[in-house]
Design a protein around this ligand. Sequence first.
Ligand SMILES: Cc1cc2nc3c(=O)[nH]c(=O)nc-3n(C[C@H](O)[C@H](O)[C@H](O)COP(=O)(O)OP(=O)(O)OC[C@H]3O[C@@H](n4cnc5c(N)ncnc54)[C@H](O)[C@@H]3O)c2cc1C
Length: 432
Amino acid sequence: MSDRFLIIGNGVAGITAAFTLRQRHPRAQISVISGESDYFISRTALMYAYMDQLDLRDLEPFERKAYDRQNIQRLRAWVTGLDATRQIVTLDNGLELPYDGLLLATGSVPNRAPWAGVDAVREGLVHFVSLQHLAECERLTPTTRRAAVVGGGLIGVELVECLLHHGVEVDFLVRDAWYWPMALAREEGELIANRIRHHGVHLHLEHEVTSVAADAQGRIASITTNQGTTLPCQMLGVAIGVRPGVDWLRQVATPPELGRGIRVNAQFQTSLPHVYAAGDCAEFTRPDGSAQVEQIWYSAKRQGEAAARAMLGDAVQYQPPLFFNSAKFFDIEYTTVGDVTRLPATATSLFCQFPGPAASLRIIENQGAVIGFNALGTRWNHNVFETWIQQRKSLPDIVSHLRDAQFDVEFGRAPLAPVTAAFAAWQQQVQA
Ligand SMILES: Cc1cc2nc3c(=O)[nH]c(=O)nc-3n(C[C@H](O)[C@H](O)[C@H](O)COP(=O)(O)OP(=O)(O)OC[C@H]3O[C@@H](n4cnc5c(N)ncnc54)[C@H](O)[C@@H]3O)c2cc1C
């Protein structure tokens, strides 16, 4: 491949790809295009900017001069066209840019509110994914006494925490029977729900919005739920999931093959020649034929690096890594490694709670080998957990070495007596 590389999207996937290309190819022309921002930002830290704990500039992981030093050209524009036969993309200002290799790293966009009455709302309905969303949230907050946030994933709970920080009263609507069943079992979901309520949030489980209403000026005024409740609000946070940012590709001259995301093979190649995709927008096919879209930071970074290597001709064979994520629900830290939900019928789990507001550990095993860990409110070294899963360690073995996975942190290590007690109960359960 010759040396004009174009990357659409300056998120962690796109920027990691750009720096990887530069490391390996000192003379290549590398351009990164983004409609959102001039510089790469850490999206996971958006909430700290909203809570005034970080300046916007602090969201930028790299010094601004790094891009010039690395000779990476930055372009601020939305890409609206792609013609793979001419190997050209078109920007919203009409500019046409030729490429030899193109990486689509366009991330995710929030799902739109589907409720009756939404079309009449001209103000007050917010998402929390981009810098533009952050600006809109910040603009509306001073005139908001009460807000509703819909959708119980990580983005929803972060938005709730930010609003609360600014003294806004918040109704938090989650459609499931417990908090975040996609990632947490009932026990952990209930621990987090209690903690959310402890902070003064009105958490409504098994509530869905059916319609919304605006005031005479078009600002959101209330929502009505499937339980018949009407809740007043001046802001409505819509956090009902994200989807790959591929809508624009449906209109271009030569769209790549699309499913939920941009379909790629294990070398990150799309159906178009010289066009690759990585990060939240890329869709892989699992061995069983199902689609896999990984919408997490660490995967996007890893994919950006591997996609760049593939664009340079390396023999890349991407395999989704063992799932790992860490986050915070208010003051409760959360670490998850491996398989913890949608488990095989033969899986069993050891669950224990530690002293503290919401501190727990779940270890999941299947047919003699541990396959997943889910920890709340306690600190563990996820690398050790990963190694244990890869080595197919047994549950008894892991329980006896659990201390090796604990960090020595300022709060001290969680006492392991609850694990020993839970292990005894687990042994009885599997022997019964
Ligand atoms: C509030 C929030 C909290 C999160 N917390 C966590 C967390 O705790 N842990 C975790 O693992 N993940 C978290 N995530 C998810 C994580 O941020 C994403 O997985 C990651 O940022 C994806 O990186 P990416 O490079 O694929 O895409 P993105 O970071 O989305 O970057 C894509 C860029 O491409 C631009 N773009 C899209 N289309 C075009 C176009 N046509 N023309 C020009 N530019 C375009 C977009 O505007 C965007 O700037 C969080 C996400 C959010 C929103």
